[in-house]
Design a protein around this ligand. Structure first.
Ligand code: NAD
Length: 248
């Protein structure tokens, strides 16, 4: 589970552990990954923390090795780590370095997770991969964030291909497309009530999603409850993608 130190990743780690899974909590922020593992163990669950940068191949190879060594095999791979850079804007103003960093974490990170995770899933007889994209993979963004939007479109396309290539190997691959959530990633931008209200206008349900609500979707996609679901674009967005005009 990558990006396990915060937001969706932490809530999903906690939920999975409560359901009996042994969780390898991976994050670039060492203290956050350790805290997630500590919270799981405090509740009586099984977890191990790994400090890794998902844009680094050696780190991704190591996180998979640790998971296999600690718990005897890999059954679920949740490629969820992602960034939204403060200087990501339109095509003209966005610096090449911002583009590269965003692509490396958000898109290459998912590729590398799969590169090392898929052989491990095959070693344990198959499993489920959930890759976190965003609703902006299927819809234009409300504010320009060219690198983020392109990276998430890439995650969706990559996941579709993987789902087909591995469909007969007992590996399912689905893309999670969350709408705007009340997590650090978005709230650092929407830091005033006025800004939050401006964004809420576009959400039919009239509120931000919670990381715990996304976690429940990941649990479904990871488990046998979704045994015939693969290659799906799983949108969890309070109705944004369904809306033409939002209700008053
Ligand atoms: P978050 O910022 O709360 O958590 C992201 C975690 O990823 C952090 O703990 C961070 O340290 C970690 N991380 C960042 N770069 C990393 C790297 N190179 N290697 C390993 N870990 C790294 O954000 P969140 O809202 O929980 O986001 C999780 C995923 O959901 C992201 O992919 C994000 O793009 C996506 N998403 C979020 C929203 C939203 O509104 N919050 C909406 C759609 C999609």
């Amino acid at each position: 589970m990558t990006g396990a130190g915060s937001g969706i990743g932490r809530q999903t780690s906690l939920l999975f552990a409560r359901e009996g899974a042994a969780v390898t909590a991976v994050d670039i922020a060492a203290a956050s990954a350790k805290e997630t593992a500590r919270l799981i163990e405090k509740e009586g669950g099984r977890a191990t923390a790994v400090t890794a940068d998902v844009s680094c191949a050696a780190d991704c190879a190591r996180m998979v090795e640790v998971a296999e060594r600690a718990f005897g095999g890999l059954h679920v791979l949740f490629n969820n780590a992602g960034i939204s850079h403060i200087d990501d804007g339109d095509a003209v103003e966005t610096e090449e370095a911002v583009w590269d960093l965003t692509m490396n974490v958000n898109l290459k990170g998912v590729f590398l997770g799969c590169k090392y995770g898929i052989p491990a899933l095959l070693r344990s007889g198959g499993g489920s991969i959930v890759n976190t994209a965003s609703f902006v993979a299927v819809l234009g963004a409300a504010t320009p964030q060219i690198a983020y939007t392109a990276s998430k479109g890439g995650v969706l396309a990559l996941s579709r291909e993987l789902s087909v290539v591995h469909a007969r190997e007992n590996i399912r691959v689905n893309t999670l497309c969350p709408g705007p959530l009340r997590t650090e990633l978005l709230m650092k931008y929407l830091d005033t009530e006025e800004k939050r209200q401006r964004r809420l206008v576009h959400i039919p349900m009239g509120r931000f999603g919670e990381a715990a609500e996304i976690a429940r979707t990941v649990l479904f996609l990871a488990s046998e409850e979704s045994s015939f679901v693969t290659g799906a674009t799983f949108v969890v967005d309070g109705g944004i993608t369904a809306a033409y005009v939002t209700p008053e």
